[in-house]
Design a protein around this ligand. Structure first.
Ligand SMILES: Cc1cc2nc3c(=O)[nH]c(=O)nc-3n(C[C@H](O)[C@H](O)[C@H](O)COP(=O)(O)OP(=O)(O)OC[C@H]3O[C@@H](n4cnc5c(N)ncnc54)[C@H](O)[C@@H]3O)c2cc1C
Length: 390
């Protein structure tokens, strides 16, 4: 064997999985298409990641949290869900989750940089960059990946963390439930006149979905979801016109808004793999569960899965067992499905209902938010989900 484990993809999930096995005696290879300089200094990609308390704890254990500048971590105190033009929404407050805040917001590129630095500093992780995995197969003893440069690597276990459109998942013959919402999500950072009080908004307006993720200062990560044809003009607009358009779309609720970053767009596609494992093979991150971002759980689930799989491997290694045996992989699959499937299904239902514009749907949308606002145990459940207590 060239390595014990080959990880395909050094995105946040692949890097964190490697970090979870750092400084063990396991030899880990991390194969990534992008050049190493890009991993070392990732560019701003518009995403502000809402992290649960559970995720923050995992990042602390992985030595990643301590690499994040404290000023780059914004507390997420409360969250507000709004529907249509109504100002009455459902408020999820930190006190419902018995914590000082629901979670934290951190820029994705800063998480990626900190995860790269942590992986790079560990003696047992080898980065193989600027090449991609073009083929793989596994047998009862291990797996072999073929790289674009013609090299092959053999390992006891292959772990795919190569995005929700994972080519290695397909190469292994694993099917996935995939739903294309037919919409585009645009993210950017904006300054605004009114304070956000560290409250996140999810505003299911009519004809558009808006979200506001509070960053430190009078700045927020602004997220807008629209059909492709409506998004293109917004992406192409000069900053002055864009500022006016967004101030109007937010109904002046934050006063004047000003663009202070580049704009980034992402297609809205949710993915759930039908299996997370195959002989000597496992999926982690978006390759296993690619969430709709509305409940802000994609990377949180990626971290949870990476942690679950890594803990199983470390235990097997300590006990002198097989680090990629069928029982271990099945246990990972069971645990990660249990942790992710209910919220995946619920997120899908919420996303479908709250973007449906028919009159019965609009009435149901309003009614459900009203009921949710009045039922404290429900709000506690949502707060527990957001904080990662469940
Ligand atoms: C707008 C937006 C907002 C979001 N907000 C949140 C949030 O608030 N909270 C949250 O938890 N999550 C959020 N997410 C989700 C989160 O960003 C993703 O879950 C996370 O980035 C997935 O990480 P990953 O490593 O699995 O995949 P990716 O980030 O897609 O990385 C995959 C890596 O694999 C590499 N790769 C691909 N194919 C190959 C190959 N064949 N060989 C070698 N390398 C390969 C790629 O170059 C890439 O580096 C958001 C997502 C979006 C789009």
């Amino acid at each position: 064997m060239d390595f014990d484990i080959v990880v395909v993809g050094a995105g946040p999930a692949g890097l964190c999985f490697a970090c979870a096995l750092a400084d063990t005696k396991l030899r880990i290879a991390l194969v990534e298409t992008q050049p190493e300089a890009v991993l070392a200094e990732p560019a701003f990609d518009g995403r502000e990641i809402a992290l649960t308390h559970f995720s923050a704890d995992v990042l602390r254990q992985l030595g990643i949290w301590e690499r994040l500048d404290a000023s780059a971590i914004s507390p997420l105190r409360d969250a507000k869900v709004l529907n249509g033009p109504s100002l009455q929404g459902m408020n999820i407050e930190h006190r419902h989750g018995n914590k000082a805040e629901l979670g934290y917001l951190i820029s994705n590129h800063l998480i990626r940089k900190a995860a790269y630095d942590a992986a790079k500093s560990s003696h047992n992780v080898t980065l193989i960059t600027e090449t991609r995995v073009t083929d793989l197969h596994t047998d009862s003893d291990g797996g072999t990946v073929t790289l674009a440069n013609g090299d092959t690597l053999r390992a006891l276990l292959i772990v795919a963390a190569d995005s929700r459109f994972s080519a290695t998942r397909r190469a292994m013959g694993i099917s996935a439930r995939m739903h294309d919402f037919g919409k585009i999500m645009m993210v950017c950072c904006m300054e605004h006149d009114e304070p956000h009080e560290h409250v996140a908004w999810e505003w299911f307006d009519y004809g558009q979905t808006l979200a506001l993720l509070p960053m430190n200062g009078n700045r927020s990560s602004v997220v807008i979801t629209l059909p492709h044809h409506a998004m293109q003009p917004l992406l192409a607009m000069e900053p002055e016109a864009f500022n006016q358009a967004m101030t109007t779309r937010f109904a002046h609720r934050l006063g004047d808004m000003r663009l202070v970053s580049t704009r980034h767009s992402y297609p809205l596609v949710a993915v759930y793999a039908d299996k997370f494992v195959a002989p000597r093979f496992a999926l982690v991150g978006d390759a296993a569960v690619g969430m709709h971002p509305v409940t802000a759980h994609g990377f949180n689930f990626g971290l949870r899965g990476a942690d679950t799989l890594a803990q199983g491997i470390i235990k097997a290694f300590r006990d002198g067992g097989d680090i990629a045996g069928p029982a271990l992989l099945q246990a990972y699959q069971r645990k990660h499905r249990r942790a992710t499937l209910p919220l995946f299904v619920a997120t899908h239902a919420v996303a479908k209902l709250y973007t449906s514009e028919s009159m019965p749907s609009r009435l149901l949308r309003e009614a459900l938010i009203g009921v949710g606002q009045r039922i404290t145990p429900f709000k506690k459940l949502v707060a527990a989900t957001l904080t990662g207590a469940r």
